[in-house]
Design a protein around this ligand. Structure first.
Ligand SMILES: [Zn+2]
Length: 113
């Protein structure tokens, strides 16, 4: 990915993530609470830190090159995810702990396509 395009995505992702709230205390993330860790193809790994309660979280974002949509899903996937319960604080914590202990690289973590 070209550096110029990458910095556009950084801006876009920061803007989108700053619309989200901490799952624990519902405080909105600020730009400085958001750290973009890495990306593999269109999958981006973002770390968020809540300055209010101190909770850490990891967000996986998919940026589609062609459609420029955030997390584009097929209608079947949308229906599937709508039926799923919301992500709990425990799940966020488990993912965070998993990533803390994970020694591989991003390609290994996300699986090569
Ligand atoms: Zn919080």
């Amino acid at each position: 990915m070209k550096r110029e395009k990458e910095s556009q995505y950084y801006k876009l992702l920061r803007k989108l993530v700053s619309q989200l709230r901490c799952p624990i205390c519902r405080t909105r993330y600020r730009s400085k609470d958001i750290e973009i860790l890495a990306h593999h193809n269109e999958v981006w790994l973002i770390n968020v830190h809540c300055t209010n309660c101190g909770a850490e979280g990891v967000i996986f974002a998919v940026v589609n090159e062609d459609e420029r949509q955030f997390g584009e899903l097929t209608p079947v996937e949308i229906r599937k995810f709508k039926r799923m319960p919301p992500i709990s604080a425990d799940e966020v914590l488990e993912t965070y702990q998993f990533l803390q202990e994970f020694n591989g690289d991003l390609v290994e973590l996300l699986g090569d396509q």
